[in-house]
Design a binder for this molecule. Structure first.
Ligand code: PFF
Length: 456
């Protein structure tokens, strides 16, 4: 099986073993630090329910249609994001400039993984600490502990290295026996842990307060910055535009219905974000802590809460294991696009390709780790290296790729090819097609222009 996976002629491409396999790996990609780290702190600092409401709207109106479009491109191409675009461009008789979709995806996933792995490294360190239990201490001590971690290049690089090795180990195993298997093991456990934590929130923490915070409707709190933050996050959380979905779609067989499964993926991803938000805020409110703590919510506020709660050691440990699973399965989907391109382009074996790509990403990650300490003075456009990569990928490359994908699918590909691949007909096809042709591009263009400051 493994050897077949290195032969990348389109007709020999390996496929997920079932639609359930595709569902699990795609949810694995979507559910990640975005759901467990970014979503709760963004909700906390953007006024709670106002953010949640706009976010849900963005997922439905932009996220799901684009997730379908990306999966469709990948399945039709049956190759890496670049190989896929090469085939689709030839089929449509379009300009080679559209290969940009493939190249932006590859570059984006490469860059995201370099800093994603450093953040996942923090989570590994906290999982380690949580296993021994967080010792009760004043609030400032938890803030200080996190600052100490950031100030220590050796520890950051150690955990980043370990996390990249874990990611590479899975991808080395190949598409079905590595990636699919790992997701089959981790994703069901992730759901179980999350259900347990939500149950804990209901019985031992303040779930009603969390519920009010996330779902209390306050239209006045919706403003432009909430709108843009929510739109950007909808992209990030569904892994859009960065080659991951095209790549996973390229391992999908023709028998699977794309619209239904994409909708299910989006529902599962949203459910995880909401349940995580509920259980995190239930704990935060029960301990009388601050919900708007920003990025430190996960690594400062929560450990403090766990240190004070009954059963905090077990709950804290399980919580961090959950975050590790989520980050790991997402990172796998960030490594695979470059690996599949290197295999296809240079005819290398999967093992060599994994090693080369991992090494490149690891090196960049070392620079990210150093940007928190030794190189903290080095800035470009006023941003440190970590913030620069985050801004470049989430605020520029993702919306740009999303825009190009929407326009390519609706305006460049032949309509009958699109219809044939997506497997929708009648009104539901027209509705989806119009959303991809008009609503998504306009919405993304607005975010994009705002981000680059033309409107803002
Ligand atoms: N969706 C992941 C998360 O929410 O953490 C992050 C991600 C994975 C973004 C894969 C992009 C990607 F291609």
């Amino acid at each position: 099986m493994k050897n077949q996976e290195t032969a990348q002629a389109p007709e020999a491409r390996v496929h997920w073993s079932s639609r359930w396999g595709f569902f699990l790996v795609t949810v694995g990609s979507a559910v990640g630090l975005g759901n467990l780290w970014k979503f709760p702190y963004m909700t906390g600092s953007n006024g709670g329910s106002a953010f949640v409401l706009v976010y849900l709207f963005c997922i439905l109106l932009i996220g799901v249609p684009l997730l379908m479009a990306e999966t469709l491109l990948g399945r039709r191409g049956q190759a890496s994001p670049v190989g896929t675009m090469r085939l689709l461009v030839a089929e449509a008789g379009a300009s080679k400039a559209w290969l940009a979709i493939g190249y932006i995806g590859i570059m984006g996933s490469f860059l995201i993984l370099s800093f994603y792995s450093v953040v996942a490294g923090w989570v590994l360190e906290y999982t380690w600490q949580a296993a021994g239990g967080f010792a009760p201490a004043p609030k400032e001590a938890f803030g200080q502990a996190f600052s100490d971690l950031l100030a220590n290049p050796g520890r950051l690089i150690f955990w980043h290295t370990l996390f990249m090795a874990m990611t590479a180990a899975v991808v080395l195993g190949g598409v079905t026996s590595g990636i699919e298997r790992a997701n089959r093991i981790m994703m069901p456990r992730l759901f179980l842990i999350l259900l347990f934590l939500t149950g804990y929130g209901a019985f031992a923490a303040d779930l009603p307060a969390a519920f009010r915070f996330l779902f209390h409707f306050d239209a006045a709190a919706i403003n432009r910055s909430v709108l843009f933050a929510a739109m950007g996050h909808a992209f990030f959380t569904l892994s859009l535009g960065m080659g991951a979905i095209i790549t996973y779609g390229s391992y999908l067989d023709r028998a699977t219905s794309i619209p239904r499964i994409c909708l299910q993926v989006a529902v599962a991803d949203t459910l995880v974000a909401l349940l995580a938000g509920l259980s995190i805020f239930a704990v935060v409110f029960a301990q009388g802590l601050e919900p708007a703590a920003g990025p430190g919510l996960l690594l400062q506020t929560l450990p403090l809460a766990f240190s004070q709660m009954p059963g905090g050691q077990v709950v804290g440990f399980l919580f961090f294991v959950l975050v590790v699973f989520a980050a790991w399965t997402s990172s796998i989907s960030l490594l695979e696009p470059s690996v599949t391109l290197v295999v296809e382009r240079f005819g290398l074996g999967r093992q060599v390709a994994v090693l080369l790509v991992t090494l490149g990403i690891w090196l960049l990650g070392v620079a990210v780790a150093l940007s928190f300490n030794a190189w903290s003075g080095v800035t470009l456009f006023g941003l440190g290296f970590f913030d620069l990569l985050d801004t470049l990928t989430s605020k520029i490359m993702m919306p740009l790729a999303g825009l190009l994908i929407a326009v390519f699918t609706a305006w460049v590909m032949q309509r009958r090819h699109v219809a044939d691949e997506i497997g929708l007909s009648g009104r539901s096809f027209s509705f989806w097609y119009r959303v991809v042709a008009f609503v998504s591009p306009v919405a993304i263009a607005i975010i994009f222009l705002n981000v680059i400051g033309i409107l803002g």
